[in-house]
Design a protein around this ligand. Structure first.
Ligand SMILES: Nc1ncnc2c1ncn2[C@@H]1O[C@H](COP(=O)(O)OP(=O)(O)OP(=O)(O)O)[C@@H](O)[C@H]1O
Length: 302
């Protein structure tokens, strides 16, 4: 649905994006993740033709954006910053104003307000809307022409937990009930992991991970470790160089070992006790998705 080939962008002489290979399958919710300043907004602007690539190209629906700009962008809806609303107008009037400008059929206004869950609030002035409602109103406007693809840049930024949940539910419905493909950026994996089907992680303008959510979870499982608690991690490791030589000391009495088979785990337990050292605990620990994400972005930095 969206593909970029060697997408590169410089602001003046400053390189911002390096050979970005975005692959967004049709029907996916693609979580586009990266810390602040990684280049997410710049990528979104390139996908929308608001910036021109320094090198490389953008393909939407299988066609190159540069050659088919108007036709392709007519099938894309976007929310790339806080929506600019007329505060003195109602929610309905705000959507209606854009609908007329774009020449979209009149029945769409009520439909898009219904989709984003603002039917009941539609007669209230926008100045009374919470930030979450304002975002949803912006999204309603983006949905007017029934685009197949939605680009949402940090739509949950600044929202309270309820607002985040509402937005997540809305994204899920847009995909499941309305068949949209959605690219949604965030700097927090926790806001994305419950809803994304695919994930791309960028760091300093480079893609450091791209794949399905299960791919990311497998990466997380691969980083599972065995945590051994004793009195002196140092002594234990010195006494058992064959078994614990590769272990990482992470505290006075704590060692991390790579994942072992059950038989190897039992061998470690017996050896520690056999060497006269106390064994307070031996447990498997799975790093959180958050930790895996941080690891990805930190690895890319070093
Ligand atoms: N108009 C501009 N002129 C020069 N540099 C810019 C401009 N806009 C953004 N940048 C730089 O480009 C880099 C990427 O910015 P971008 O806004 O794409 O990141 P981001 O991942 O969206 O982060 P954030 O979540 O903070 O918006 C940053 O280093 C930023 O300073």
């Amino acid at each position: 649905m969206v593909e970029t080939r060697d997408l590169t962008f410089h602001f003046g002489k400053r390189p911002i994006l390096h050979n970005l290979p975005l692959q967004v399958p049709a029907g996916s919710i693609y979580g586009f993740l990266g810390p602040n300043g990684a280049g997410k907004s710049t990528t979104m602007r390139l996908l929308l033709g608001l910036l021109q690539p320094t090198a490389g190209s953008v393909y939407l629906f299988g066609y190159e954006l540069r050659r088919n700009r108007v036709a392709l962008l007519s099938r894309v809806g976007a929310l790339i910053e806080n929506p600019s609303l007329y505060d003195h107008l109602t929610g309905f009037e705000n959507v209606e104003a854009t609908r007329r400008l774009r020449g979209v059929p009149a029945h769409r206004t009520a439909e898009v307000l219904e989709i984003v869950g603002l039917t009941d609030a539609a007669r209230r002035p926008a100045r009374e809307y919470s930030l979450g409602m304002r975002q949803r109103l912006g999204l309603a406007t983006a949905l007017l022409s029934d685009p197949a693809l939605l680009l949402l840049d940090e739509p949950t930024n600044g929202l309270d937990p309820n607002g985040i949940i509402d937005m997540r539910e809305l994204l899920r419905r847009l995909r499941d009930d309305h068949g949209k493909t959605i690219i949604v950026s965030s700097h927090l994996i926790s806001e994305i992991e419950k809803v994304a089907t695919h994930v791309g992680v960028i760091q300093q303008g480079r893609m450091v991970f791209q794949g399905s959510l299960p791919d990311l979870q497998r990466l997380q499982t691969g980083r599972a470790r065995l945590v051994l608690e004793t009195d002196s991690a140092d002594t234990c490791r010195n006494l058992l160089p064959r078994l614990l030589g590769a272990a990482q000391i992470v505290g006075q009495g704590t060692l991390w070992l790579p994942m072992l088979t059950p038989a190897q785990t039992a061998e470690v337990a017996a050896a520690v006790v056999g060497a006269g050292q106390p064994l307070y605990g031996l447990r498997l620990e799975q790093p959180s998705l958050e930790e895996t994400f941080l690891h990805l972005t930190e690895t890319a930095l070093s």
